[in-house]
Design a protein around this ligand. Structure first.
Ligand code: 4NP
Length: 155
């Protein structure tokens, strides 16, 4: 099993969007029995809540059903996941600080898997309300990440 975790701040806007889109692509590719997907937030404010209405609506418009609830990123995620992808530099730093050098997981910025998108961070729609724009970016990141994983693992 290849385990992939998406991480943002609240786990209600960006990382659930990445999880929903990536899960959808994994299912389309027939790889659900080989790739497991989850998301978490470095902050705890929204633990237990469903994804933001904007994220749920944009996913639904694109044919993706998302029912996950927010949880906080923990130290044990560093042992449980093979890929831990941060939505921005701040969250990447928080993950790295918790890892403190000791993890086998591939940790990085999610958008680095889609260099053509021209951004390294996913802007936070919690503040901008621009869920559709963010969807387009996250979709590119998810496609790039899946291509990377398929190549690396021969899937
Ligand atoms: P997210 O967006 O990290 O993409 O889930 C945010 C959600 C909530 C807050 C900040 C960002 N907040 O400060 O409550």
């Amino acid at each position: 099993m290849i385990r992939v975790l998406f991480v943002c701040l609240g786990n209600i806007c960006r990382s659930p969007m990445a999880e929903g889109i990536f899960q959808h692509l994994v299912e389309e590719a027939g790889l659900s029995d080989q790739i497991v997907v989850d998301s978490a937030g470095t902050g705890s404010w929204h633990v237990g809540e469903p994804a933001h209405r904007g994220t749920r609506e944009v996913l639904r418009r694109h044919g993706i059903d998302y029912t996950g609830r927010a949880r906080q990123f923990t130290r044990s995620d560093l042992d449980r996941f093979d890929y831990i992808l941060a939505m921005d530099h701040e969250n990447l730093s928080a993950i790295r600080a918790r890892a403190n050098g000791s993890t086998d997981a591939e940790i990085g910025l999610f958008m680095d898997y889609a260099p053509d998108a021209g951004v390294r961070e996913v802007p936070d729609p919690y503040y901008s309300g621009r869920f559709e724009e963010v969807y387009k970016l996250v979709r590119q990141g998810a496609e790039g990440l899946l291509a990377h994983i398929r190549e690396k693992h021969g899937l």
